[in-house]
Design a protein around this ligand. Structure first.
Ligand code: PBG
Length: 318
């Protein structure tokens, strides 16, 4: 391939500045430099501050959904990409809308990490051991709904900020327990955290949890070729099913939705769940079919759940 990045003309990797975002950007750089036998200096990591990183917004006690979740952590990064200030953007796929802005494409995924949620609790081993009425912190509507569906006695408080901030709140006694994605803990090498992975049968993760996506300009052929050689096809196939499921549900931040696809040979199994925010109702289901038909499976599972939940289920607001 001609025209490869070099230390004097590096490929610019855009990322947020949070520890997890930086770890994901570094993993992306490591995989690209290994794939093309290039020095790491041929890749420049560019930290971009987003609205979601604005302390004045983040420190407020308002739930994220009131600030306006859509694109909160991606808008400025996508602008930099469109303006050519960066060449690729590294994201947690879980946080990405199902549609990209005109001119951008998100079709490269690194191998997926552990998809499970972890129960983080210094005093109790599992959710079942939490005493009646215990306080659990989370900012995720999905985790809140799944938790209350199972344990209506628990009290859920808004818990925001990055991983480090949330762990500190736990240490300060703001809540007895919280949840974090195993993927984040693993990518940050945080082995000292009291984390108990939760089986996906007990708590179905968010769509695309544990997956890194790399976004580029649609017309950037050189970057397209480079990303193709680090793309993990099984992860891409799983996300195609999960994100079609999400898109068919018109997944907004108002609706608790969980979804997970797994691949066995040429067969894909997709499980999904939709819930009421207060946990008072939940509909779960699964579908199996050829990997190549993942997106269709996603749409069919969404239709099945919506049919069972009845009209108006998703229109329900918190
Ligand atoms: N919404 C925040 C977010 N986005 C991605 C991850 C974790 C890493 C991943 O799932 O890929 C997290 C934190 C968490 O859920 O604990």
């Amino acid at each position: 391939m001609t025209d490869m990045p070099s230390p004097s003309a590096p490929l610019k990797i855009g990322t947020r500045g949070s520890p997890l975002a930086l770890a994901q950007a570094h993993e992306t750089r490591a995989r690209l430099s290994a794939a093309f036998d290039l020095p790491e200096a041929a890749f420049e990591i560019c930290v971009i501050k987003t609205t979601g990183d604005d302390r004045s917004l983040i420190d407020a006690d308002r739930p994220l959904k009131e600030i306006g979740n859509k694109g909160l952590f991606t808008k400025e990064i996508e602008e930099a990409l469109l303006e050519g200030r960066i060449d690729i953007a590294v994201h947690s796929m879980k946080d990405m809308p199902t549609f990209q802005p005109e001119g951008l494409i998100l079709d490269c995924n690194l191998p997926r990490e552990d998809v499970r949620d972890a129960f983080i609790c210094p005093a109790y081993r599992s959710l079942h051991d939490l005493p009646q009425g215990a306080v659990v912190g989370t900012s995720s509507l999905r985790r809140r709904a799944q938790l209350l569906h199972r344990r209506p006695d628990l009290k859920v408080v808004e818990f925001r900020g990055n991983l480090q901030t949330r762990l500190k709140k736990l240490g300060d006694g703001v809540a007895a327990a919280t949840f974090l994605a195993c993927a984040g803990l693993n990518r940050l090498g945080m082995t000292e955290v009291p984390a108990a992975p939760i089986a996906t049968e007990d708590m179905l993760p968010a769509v695309a949890q544990g997956a890194i996506g790399i976004e580029r300009r649609s017309d950037d052929a050189r970057t397209q070729r480079m990303l193709a050689s680090v793309h993990d096809a099984p992860t891409g196939d799983r996300l195609a099913a999960e994100r079609a499921f999400l898109a068919a549900l018109d997944g907004s931040c108002e609706t608790p939705i969980a979804g997970l696809a797994e691949i066995d040979g040429d067969q894909l199994r997709l499980r999904g769940e939709i819930l009421k925010t207060d946990g008072s109702a939940a509909f779960a289901g699964e579908i199996r079919g050829p990997v190549a038909e993942g997106a269709d499976l996603g749409r069919r599972l969404a239709a099945d759940l919506l049919g069972r939940a009845g009209p108006g289920f998703l229109a329900h607001k918190a």
